[in-house]
Design a binder for this molecule. Sequence first.
Ligand code: NAD
Ligand code: UDP
Length: 322
Amino acid sequence: MSQLKRILVTGGAGFLGSHLCERLVEAGHDVICLDNFFTSQKANIERLLDYHNFEFIRHDITMPIWLEVDEIYNLACPAAPGHYQYNPIKTTKTSVMGAINVLGMAKRCRARILQASTSEVYGDPEIHPQTEAYRGNVNPIGPRACYDEGKRVAETLFMDYHRSNRVEIKIVRIFNTYGPRMHPYDGRVVSNFIRQAINNESITLYGDGSQTRSFCYRDDLVEAMIRMMNSDAGFIGPVNIGNPHEFTIRQLAELVVKHTGATSKFIHKPLPEDDPLQRQPDIRLAKEKLGWEPKIQLEEGLKATIDWFRNINMSHYRPPTP
Ligand code: NAD
Ligand code: UDP
């Protein structure tokens, strides 16, 4: 049985953060969830408020904060393109200033700290599948750069705090992850398709739908983050975390129609600028160092996500607010 710790989760009220908080609270840790609700709902953490070992702090991570903790999971950052492009300057500030603030805290507290980085550091990749050694193909001046470059600088800061100050860091590069509690209006492909299908609305394929993504179910992802945090101090990553089964966006749409029984038609919309054409993680490093690989495949995960979408009141979800 591992030692109980005081753990900070920034972005802890979000889609992935709230599940991570649940896992940590249920394991008995003292969990501090920090969030400004920019892209999330209080409902995501409502159930946790009754636990004696859970605490919520409403705070914007671009501002310094003084807490005493043993571990930090840094997830605060809008993740869906529609959310991170809403206020792109704030997105970069959240990644960069947020990283500086939590790394300063980790240095002072001698806390171990994990960064939720992203496959977007690879941009529109020229090698396939993507290994951690690939340095990426990000357009630094495009509409996705606020997110991609912010996350790249955050990785740089993590490495430099490690080299200069011996902060114990961990970096995971997360590939497209989906599941219950995704924001139904976040504009991401899984949430859009499921929402459209259960309302029998047209399903919007951007471009010809031949671009690919590899979809990881949230439980597999959260398990990998926890394993990474608890891995040997000598292993800092970056490590790819994702499900290597690759699908075209059209195949995803067909699966959503199959499992919702929708009568929706497919319509085409322009492919957004800099939209990566293909994406698939090489997860050999995660298998070797963390003994991890995803267990839940797309059809099973989609069914659970569709069930969740059918049972929420979508009118309770609001667009991002400053
Ligand atoms: P999410 O939008 O549901 O969660 C992000 C959370 O951060 C939200 O609760 C939001 O309110 C909070 N937040 C945003 N700006 C903040 C600020 N300035 N101060 C405090 N809190 C702030 O998204 P998610 O999918 O749960 O993503 C969580 C993390 O994982 C993000 O860092 C994201 O970049 C990373 N990630 C996610 C995916 C994915 O597919 N879900 C892929 C790659 C990386
Ligand atoms: N996409 C789509 N229809 C939608 C939403 C997204 O075809 O309604 C496409 C989008 O162009 C991209 C892929 O689905 O090629 C994944 O988009 P998402 O925003 O989920 O994530 P990201 O591009 O960040 O991987």
